[in-house]
Design a protein around this ligand. Structure first.
Ligand code: MN
Length: 256
C-alpha cells in the first residue's frame, strides 16, 4: 500500500494510491492505527499533496555511503553519525525548497527514509522490521557553506523546507533488495547508487537511534546519501527517485 496525505476542504486527510497510479482513494481513519478505504476516488492531478507524515523528529545519518564519505574528505565512521532536522523543515511532494539568504551554496542529498510505525525504545536489530511503517524518498537539503563554517550541522540542515519527503509512504518496499537511488536536477542525473552500498542498514539505524531516543509513530529516519552531492539554484527542479518506490520532485526558489 502507498499512503498519501492530501488537502481536503475539511482539512488534511490520508489517502491510498490507486493501483492505476493516477488516482487516490480516500482513507477513513489513520493508517498508523486503524483505517478503511472508502469508495471516494479522486484524480491525483486534482489533489494537493501534503507531506505524507508530520514527524515529531527527523533523524539522519551522515556519511553512510562509502563513496560520499570519500568525496567529503573523510573515512566512513565506525559507528552511525546521527544528527537531526527540526520538524519545521519538512515539506511534501511538489512543495518549494526555499534557498535562504544566509547561504550561497545549497546542496541536494538524495536519500531513502524510513517511517516509524509504533512507539518504541531500544529496538534490537533483529526486531527492527516490526516498528517500520514504510518508506519514502527524502532530500537532506544542506547549506554546505554553513555546514563547513558552523562545525556542526543543526543550522545548515535545519532551514525551513530543507527536509522534503514523499511522494508517499510505501508499506511494501524492501530496502534490502538493493534498489537504485538517483538524484536529478532539471532532468540531469547528479547522483546514482544502490541501497546495498549503505554502510549501516535500516535495521541497524533503527536499533542505533532507538537506543538513545524513543521513536514515535511518524518519526522519520533518513539513511544517508551517496556520492554526487552538488548545488541547486533557484528555478531548478530536483528529483529524488528510489527504484520501485517513487519519485519526489521539488522546485527550488529564492527567498523572497
Ligand atoms: Mn544526508
Amino acid at each position: 500500500m502507498r499512503f498519501l496525505r492530501v488537502s481536503r476542504p475539511d482539512g488534511p486527510a490520508f489517502a491510498a494510491l490507486h493501483a492505476d497510479g493516477q488516482h487516490a482513494i480516500l482513507v477513513e481513519g489513520n493508517p498508523f492505527r486503524e483505517y478503511t478505504l472508502t469508495d471516494r476516488v479522486a484524480p491525483l492531478e486534482k489533489l494537493t499533496l501534503l507531506p505524507p507524515v508530520l514527524p515529531s523528529k527527523v533523524l539522519c545519518v551522515g556519511k553512510n555511503y562509502r563513496d560520499h564519505a570519500a568525496e567529503m574528505g573523510g573515512d566512513v565512521p565506525a559507528e552511525p553519525l546521527i544528527f537531526s532536522k527540526p520538524s519545521t523543515a519538512v515539506i511534501g511532494p511538489g512543495e518549494r525548497i526555499v534557498l535562504p539568504e544566509l547561504s550561497e551554496e545549497v546542496h541536494h542529498e538524495a536519500e531513502l527514509a524510513v517511517v516509524i510505525g509504533r512507539i518504541c525504545k531500544s529496538v534490537p536489530v533483529e526486531d527492527a522490521a516490526e516498528v517500520v511503517m514504510g518508506y519514502l524518498c527524502a532530500n537532506d537539503v544542506t547549506a554546505r557553506d554553513l555546514q563547513r563554517r558552523d562545525g556542526q550541522w543543526t543550522r545548515s540542515k535545519g532551514f525551513d523546507t530543507f527536509a522534503p519527503i514523499g511522494p508517499w509512504i510505501d508499506t511494501d518496499f524492501d530496502p534490502s533488495a538493493g534498489a537504485a537511488i538517483t538524484c536529478r536536477v532539471d532532468g540531469e542525473e547528479r547522483q546514482r547508487s544502490t541501497l546495498d552500498q549503505m554502510v549501516f542498514g535500516v535495521a541497524e539505524l533503527i536499533a542505533w537511534c532507538s537506543a538513545f531516543a524513543t521513536l514515535l509513530p511518524g518519526d522519520v529516519i533518513m539513511t544517508g546519501t551517496p556520492a554526487g552531492v552538488g548545488p541547486i539554484t533557484a528555478g531548478q527542479t530536483v528529483e529524488v527517485e528510489v527504484e520501485g518506490l517513487g519519485t519526489l520532485s521539488n522546485p527550488v526558489v529564492a527567498a523572497s
